[in-house]
Design a protein around this ligand. Structure first.
Ligand SMILES: [Zn+2]
Length: 418
């Protein structure tokens, strides 16, 4: 006979208090709610999360890659259910991206403990280190390390001043050598579930309070370099110019054109530089970075070929040299059908209105999905806004999402993943 227990219940006030506490830890003098992973304040936030985990009765540790990991022992199946998200932000970000998943997972632990209900599984909660893209261009640093995908090449990535990611990690107390070997044995993990804000307008448009994620976007990023010739802006005839800026501009428009042809596909360009930075000189060299996103790897590869061809055409027309350098493709990550099925059943049983959707934002769940059966729940974002100070999700919606997470954990503990 097991000990009697009351039904575990999510307490919205505790969620609110947790989110407010994290919102109070921001980098001084920076816009919005800024807590970048390679800044000093993020370290305080992760230590706060570790203390919360300990107070909730979990065994805690910080792994070699800066991930804060809490474990609530189960009754001894030897199997694990893992939850988690991140507490770092983009510069000028909001209060809910990532934090909802960490505070929510902690609330699941508190609700379970308070009710006296014990899971068969161990319940692990992770606050993943550096999910947002850092100034070196790498995202999901902690989750990559956890699944063994952080490489020496990653650590050698450098910013514009030539500093390396390894140096930056060391400055915030993450030993780069330890990060490289922080791969966790995940063979006991039956399932990983991440709760997150949608960061887009779909759920609000649908009038749904829960999003059931079917897959997470693939991403293909590139750097394009154009080498032309500096010439006098007033005397050089248009038809003999080798204007690298015009070739770059044509390629930026090709990104928009190619991405605009699909329903869920996206294409974005940024970090454009023309050299020399002058209006009275024909641009000698131009550079920009761009990306495509979409649910299908095949489309991403096709988009790569088309964009490279478009850039070459733009260059040839102007006798401008072109070099398009593609970073390794991040494959789209479908969520495990068994986990999605369980989450769907739970949300239905709770009577919550839900919609299935595709995530155009990347998440730690996409990294974990390559090693562990993974599912993801979304809660709505007001006006679809995110990565900005206006980012907002109502407390009622957050509480509903955490309730769905709690009941998903109970269902997964009883039934496992089918
Ligand atoms: Zn996030």
């Amino acid at each position: 006979m097991s000990r009697p227990f009351t039904q575990p219940t999510v307490v919205a006030d505790r969620l609110d208090a947790g989110l407010r506490a994290l919102a109070g830890l921001v980098e001084p003098g920076r816009p919005g709610w800024t807590r970048t992973a390679l800044g000093e304040v993020d370290r305080d936030a992760r230590e706060l999360v570790r203390r919360w985990m300990a107070d909730a009765g979990m065994e805690t540790r910080v792994d070699g890659a800066g991930n804060v990991v809490g474990r609530l022992r189960g009754t001894g199946s030897g199997r694990t259910i893992m939850l988690g998200s991140h507490t770092d932000t983009v510069v000028g970000g909001g209060r809910f991206d990532g934090t909802v998943g960490v505070v929510g997972a902690l609330e699941v632990v508190r609700a379970l403990r308070e009710s006296g209900r014990r899971l068969e599984h161990d319940l692990v909660v992770v606050d993943f280190f550096d999910e947002e893209p850092n100034e070196f261009g790498l995202s999901c640093v902690g989750s990559r390390a956890m699944v063994g995908e952080l490489t020496r090449e990653h650590l050698e990535m450098h910013d514009e001043e030539g500093r390396t990611l390894a140096d930056a990690l060391a400055r915030v107390g993450v030993d780069p050598g330890a990060a490289l070997t922080a791969r966790a044995d995940l063979s006991d993990v039956d399932v990983f579930v991440e709760l997150h804000i949608e960061q887009g307008p779909y759920l609000e448009q649908q009038g749904a309070s829960i999003g059931l994620v079917e897959s997470i976007t693939g991403i293909s990023r590139f750097r394009a370099l154009f080498s032309g010739r500096a010439d006098h802006a007033g005397t050089t005839p248009m038809d003999v110019r080798r204007d690298a800026g015009c070739a770059a501009a044509g390629t930026v428009l090709a990104v928009e054109r190619i991405a605009g042809e699909g329903a869920l596909t996206k294409g974005t360009s940024g970090a454009v530089t023309f050299t020399p930075a002058a209006v009275n000189v024909v641009t000698a060299t131009a550079e920009f970075r761009g990306e495509f996103r979409g649910p299908e790897a095949e489309w991403l590869r096709h988009a790569q070929d088309r964009l490279t061809a478009a850039a070459q055409e733009e260059g040839e027309r102007r006798q401008v040299g072109v070099d398009v350098e593609w970073l390794p493709l991040q494959e789209p990550a479908p969520m495990a059908p068994g986990v999605l099925g369980t989450l769907t059943g739970v949300v239905d049983a709770l009577g919550l209105s839900a919609s299935r959707l595709f995530s155009g934002a990347e998440h730690d769940a996409a990294v974990l999905a390559r090693s562990v059966p993974t599912g993801m729940l979304f809660v709505p974002s007001r006006d679809g806004r995110s990565h900005c100070p206006e980012e907002w999700t109502d407390l009622d919606d957050i509480a509903a999402g955490v309730t769905a997470l709690l009941h998903s954990v109970l269902a997964l503990d009883e039934g496992g993943v089918r």
